[in-house]
Design a protein around this ligand. Structure first.
Ligand code: PGA
Length: 258
């Protein structure tokens, strides 16, 4: 049985004091909800503060990026070792990193491996752009991204994948539950062909792209979708809590039915 996950990607939002305020607004509510992994991913500079604030709660902490070298002369970068000390998860290969910071499959592959080496759990993002979707290339793009990001990896322990169609991120135009379920099913089959059925069945795969409290139910009712990576709506405590609560209820009901 896969444990659902809702991860909040705060992106480049919140000062340290705003992050503190936001955590304080959602902490008690989130802590009450079990059967879902609740992960918040604030900016690097707030990680240490947020870590203290959630220390006695069931909320988990993630970073939004990582560099692949462990230490050295890489001005401005944050290493896997530094993060492993602070948090459990790290988002890798987000489409904004691919688009604005030229991250290629090769770089993303190095980052995933570097994270796993120090025990950090990567949330690997993949997804097609609008023109690729319209040209019917979703399957091709997603398969290629999986192959390049996971090249040379023999196991996937600790990995979570987030399927995030680029056209749905921050646009208010989410995929439908059915579309997301289909592509996530395809991702799982691709993983199954390469790593075997057991690993594929155990792998957690999230949907991301304009998830809100209003459309969460549509996604969580789908059997292949194990949760969500939430951007904009994770900056609002009520919205985020509602997304986690609905996920908890729907997934508990689905697992009781099976
Ligand atoms: P969004 O972002 O929910 O604001 O669309 C999702 C993401 O980028 O992870």
């Amino acid at each position: 049985m896969r444990i659902p996950m809702i991860a909040g990607n705060w992106k480049m939002n919140t000062t340290v004091s705003e992050a503190t305020e936001l955590v304080n607004e959602m902490r008690l509510g989130l802590d009450e909800i079990d059967n879902v992994d609740k992960v918040i991913c604030p900016p690097f500079i707030s990680l240490a503060t947020v870590r203290e604030l959630i220390r006695r709660s069931s909320i988990k902490l993630g970073a939004q990026n990582i560099y692949f070298e462990e230490k050295g002369a890489y001005t401005g970068e944050i290493s896997p070792l530094m993060l492993a000390d602070l948090c459990e998860f790290v988002i890798i290969g987000h489409s904004e990193r691919r688009q604005y910071f030229n991250e290629t499959g090769k770089i993303i592959n190095k980052k995933v491996q570097a994270a796993l080496r120090v025990g950090l759990k990567p949330i690997l993002c993949i997804g097609e752009r609008l023109e690729e979707n319209e040209a019917g290339k979703t399957k091709e793009v997603v398969t290629e991204q999986l192959e390049s990001s996971l090249a040379g990896m023999e196991h996937l322990n600790g990995l979570t994948i987030a399927y995030e169609p680029v056209w749905a991120i921050g646009t208010g135009r989410a995929a439908t539950g059915e579309q997301a379920n289909d592509t996530i099913g395809l991702i799982r089959r691709t993983i199954s062909q390469k790593y075997g059925k057991k690993i594929a069945q155990e792998l957690r795969i999230l949907y991301g792209g304009s998830v809100t409290a209003d459309n969460t139910a549509e996604f969580m009712q789908q059997p292949e979708i194990d949760g969500a990576l939430v951007g904009g709506a994770s900056l609002n405590a009520d919205q985020f809590l509602s997304i986690v609560r609905q996920t908890s209820e729907i997934k508990a009901r689905l697992s009781a039915e099976n």
